[in-house]
Write a protein that binds this ligand. Structure first.
Ligand SMILES: Nc1ncnc2c1ncn2[C@@H]1O[C@H](COP(=O)(O)OP(=O)(O)OP(=O)(O)O)[C@@H](O)[C@H]1O
Ligand SMILES: O=C(O)[C@@H](O)C(=O)CO
Length: 418
């Protein structure tokens, strides 16, 4: 293993694994920290944690444990992957985790670069734009767990860090790798260990990637990984990947817990041609709807790609949170999707498309999956995955705001052969 990655959620992990696999690295996604220290056979390992929305101290602890395991695998570079919309609160968890990793690696500096141009995430003058809008006007200001109310990444990150946060502006980035490398060295010399780097297009990310070839720690969205495989290839360290294919013959089901803008449209589109069961917070918490009801619904519509969803508009989410509390609502939905997922293999379900990082984390953990092989790309940032469990299961773990309008149907079809 050359590149060791720590992702703060499950859809983010598969987004990153997708970029690395496309870049030609033999990549495995791990569900949590694998047990044992036997050396595993891959070039990039992505440890998926569920640490985005937990207490900062616990996120730090889990990330350091993942780091230790990855170092034991021989990794020479560590990538901390967070969301391309920088999902975090003034307390964390991006800043505390990044600083703890810097300390543990005794690294002088690390870039902070959530840019993902293909998905419309760009950074200019340290400000994050999503789909052409400032982050705090992009819909992310309504996120149920990490409402993003400031697009200035340096200012937002400073709330979370002990140290000062630097910036490498676009006029340096567009001049290429050498000026970027020099600017990062200057930031490190000035004591700024975390440095936001502007990036508008993939060519910028390639240049940044080349500039950070020697960095022990890299932090960012999946875009920051675009240029990294080339660094290893240049050193002759990458082997050719043998093609693999697996078929899933059983039915497919979609589970949607994200309330993000793109997911809301995808749910509406899926419902035009497929059966769907909506699970509302009030109905779930008062047990008017149960996992058994959802299972009965899936069984009844098994051959028509049914969708079980809690996806709701911001006003509904806000009403549920003010009535029951944010944590309690999140826990109820996660427990619901976890229990439901656990029962699906017994119905013969062989393909699962899941929307939302927290939701995907709950589902994959409940299914007892420990490793995922990365297949082809379904949509930018969303690969098809094959789980290693006893029953063959093909999955797509979709970040809330990723994917085309007809994602759920297309993903379930794509999962037939991975
Ligand atoms: N109907 C609802 N009412 C209130 N909260 C909800 C409802 N449905 C889902 N939620 C909450 O919204 C959150 C969605 O988080 P999740 O990470 O799954 O999606 P996301 O943030 O859009 O995806 P990503 O992290 O991949 O961008 C969950 O914590 C869930 O508890
Ligand atoms: O970076 C992204 O936008 C995604 O991979 C993600 O982390 C959303 O959960």
């Amino acid at each position: 293993m050359l590149l060791g990655c720590i992702a703060d959620d499950f859809t983010g992990a598969s987004d990153l694994a997708n970029t690395l696999a496309k870049g030609g690295m033999r990549t495995t996604q791990f569900v949590g920290i694998p047990e044992g220290d036997g050396r595993l056979d891959c070039e990039a390992g992505v440890v998926a944690l569920k640490s985005r929305s937990i207490a900062p101290a616990e996120a730090v602890r889990q990330s350091l444990d993942a780091l230790e395991w990855l170092r034991g695998q021989g990794c020479t570079q560590i990538l901390f992957k967070y969301c391309s919309t920088f999902d975090s609160t003034p307390q964390g968890n991006i800043g505390p985790v990044a600083e703890a990793l810097l300390d543990a690696l005794d690294a002088p500096v690390a870039v902070v670069c959530p840019a993902f141009p293909l998905a419309g995430r760009m950074i200019f003058a340290g400000h994050l734009f999503v789909g052409g809008r400032l982050l705090n006007e992009s819909g992310m200001q309504n996120h149920p767990l990490t409402p993003m109310t400031d697009a200035d990444l340096c200012r937002w990150l400073r709330h979370q860090t002990r140290g000062e946060v630097g910036l490498v502006p676009f006029d340096v980035v567009r001049r290429g790798s050498e000026p970027i490398r020099a600017a990062l060295d200057a930031q490190a010399a000035a004591g700024n260990r975390l440095v936001v780097v502007d990036a508008l297009g993939d060519e910028d990310l390639m240049a940044i990637g080349a500039a950070i070839a020697g960095h022990r720690l890299v932090t960012g969205g999946s875009g920051i990984a675009l240029g990294l495989p080339e660094n290893f290839r240049r050193q002759g360290l990458l082997a050719a990947a043998a093609p693999q294919q697996a078929r899933a013959t059983g039915p497919g089901v979609a589970l949607s817990g994200s309330c993000s803008v793109a997911t809301r449209e995808q749910v509406a589109v899926h419902l035009h041609a497929h059966p769907g069961l909506r699970v509302e917070a009030e109905a779930l918490i008062s047990s008017r709807i149960t996992v058994a009801d959802a299972l009965a619904f899936v069984s009844e519509h098994l051959d028509r790609s049914p969708l079980i969803y809690s996806t709701a508009d911001p006003d509904k989410v806000a009403a549920a949170q003010s009535r029951y509390g944010r944590e309690a609502v999140a826990q109820s939905f996660e427990a619901f999707f976890a229990d439901l997922a656990r029962s699906l293999p017994a119905l013969g379900v062989a393909r699962l498309a899941v929307g939302g990082g927290e939701t995907a984390g709950a589902v994959v953990t409940a299914l007892g999956i420990s490793q995922l092989r990365v297949g082809g790309e379904i949509d930018p940032g969303v690969p098809a995955l094959v789980a290693n469990g006893r029953t063959p299961l093909h999955l797509a773990l979709k970040s809330g705001n990723f994917g085309g309008r007809d994602f759920y149907d297309r993903a379930l079809r794509a999962l037939e052969a991975v």
